[in-house]
Design a binder for this molecule. Structure first.
Ligand code: FEO
Length: 410
């Protein structure tokens, strides 16, 4: 097949793959994905930074061939593979790559070196070059500096800095799960970049927020960001404005939130839904931004993206069989797993529900939210029977208003 490489700087090319059709990546709802990989042409050695998902090798290889052609080289000869991370979406093409480039030298973190052999058993006898922060590799006129970045977002994660070009190959960090025809942040609106970077951060990085802060400090002190011109992640658009990406990560990692409340609800016979709408009116009456998510239809990935920069949430689901109506359990898993309610000053939460008979949802919702780190205003919970009366709808309105007033005072 034919596919073009994209030159992103002198002697540096994007040679990734476009996954137009993907809509779910281990539970993350995606509008397609990109698997970015890069070639750096040194005077003596040529380095490939990362790989693509299984099944995408033909496209990947076609772009690699095109990059060599653009450099005026007839034969593809890659000397070095820098593997910044070993999740499947970045290593799936290694076996086919090794068939084409059997003598390629592997560089990765020590954790990645051992993990890679367990992921791809054919690599059992492959020699690895484990690298630590500050180690360098001279490609001939071009130097790569390795930076261990454990838990950003896996224990094996590494960043690689191409010093002379000021390009940080950050793997998953600073990425977005999107699939677009153009490669740069400047090809999209700032709102697009903020939204998709936030979705990615909320779902995959927020658990490691403390480490994000430390890593940015460490890289700043080491001078790694002094000459930064491009951040080239392994997913989504390439940042020609890297400071925007760094600033966004600093905001979310320290828990800086907007005057915004996310309302999440599910409904069985429209009663809890009516409470949600009324509560939303109360929030709006205070001029506070509100995002509504109908849990039955909204992917958890979208809900988390809104919760990340909200100061509070309101969560309402009816009781069914003495328990919260289904699907909220999945959301609670993500609240627990991402730890986002504990970042910075934390987040407030209120709950509301409709029941037919004995109830049970409110108590369990409050317990689960508190367990995930939310500051739950339990005494304000709304727990009605059957369809809401006008007074009960007013109560929901007043709860929304009160919550909005509380976050405005923070
Ligand atoms: Fe894009 Fe953690 O893999």
């Amino acid at each position: 097949m034919k596919a073009d490489a994209v030159k992103i700087a002198d002697d540096v090319y994007w040679v990734g793959a476009l996954d137009w059709d993907n809509r779910d990546f281990h539970g993350f709802a995606v509008p397609g994905m990109t698997y970015n990989a890069y070639l750096v042409f040194g005077d003596e050695k040529i380095a490939l930074i990362d790989n693509v998902f299984e099944g995408f090798f033909p496209e990947f290889w076609a772009r690699i061939q095109d990059a060599f052609k653009q450099e005026g080289l007839d034969e593809v000869k890659i000397d070095v593979l820098v593997q910044n991370h070993i999740e499947n979406d970045h290593i799936g093409s290694i076996p086919e790559l090794l068939e084409k480039c059997p003598n390629i030298e592997f560089y990765c973190s020590a954790v990645a070196a051992s993990g890679l052999k367990k992921q791809i058993h054919a690599l059992d006898n492959q020699e690895m070059n484990p690298v630590e922060t500050g180690d360098t590799l001279d490609l001939g006129g071009k130097t790569l500096t390795f930076i261990n970045a454990p838990m950003l977002h896996w224990p094996d994660s590494n960043f690689t800095l191409y010093n002379e070009g000021g390009i940080l190959f950050s793997n998953d960090a600073f990425g977005q799960h999107v699939c677009e025809s153009k490669r740069f942040d400047t090809d999209q609106s700032e709102a697009f970049m903020e939204l998709h970077t936030r979705r990615f951060y909320a779902n995959l990085v927020s658990l490691s927020s403390m480490l994000v802060v430390k890593k940015v400090e460490e890289m700043t002190e080491a001078g790694y960001l002094d000459n930064l011109k491009i951040i080239a992640p392994c997913h989504g658009q390439i940042w020609k404005n890297p400071q925007i990406a760094v600033d966004l990560y600093a905001k979310w990692a320290t828990g800086k939130c907007d005057d915004k409340i996310t309302v999440i609800y599910n409904t069985m016979h429209h009663s809890t839904q009516k409470l949600a709408h009324s509560l939303c009116e109360g929030i709006m009456s205070e001029g506070v931004d509100v995002k509504m998510h109908f849990l039955q239809m909204s992917p958890e990935s979208d809900i988390l993206a809104d919760v990340l920069d909200s100061k509070a949430i309101a969560l309402g689901v009816p009781t069914m069989m003495n328990n919260p109506y289904p699907k909220v359990g999945n959301l609670m898993y993500y609240f627990d797993a991402t730890n986002m309610a504990r970042i910075g000053d934390g987040k407030k939460a209120v709950t509301f529900s409709s029941k037919g008979w004995a109830g049970g949802a409110i108590k369990k919702l409050n317990e689960s939210l508190a367990g995930a780190g939310f500051d739950v205003l339990e005494e304000d919970s709304i727990d009605i029977k059957f369809a809401p009366t006008d007074d009960e709808l007013d109560q929901a309105y007043e709860l929304g208003k009160k919550l909005a007033q509380i976050i405005k005072e923070e």
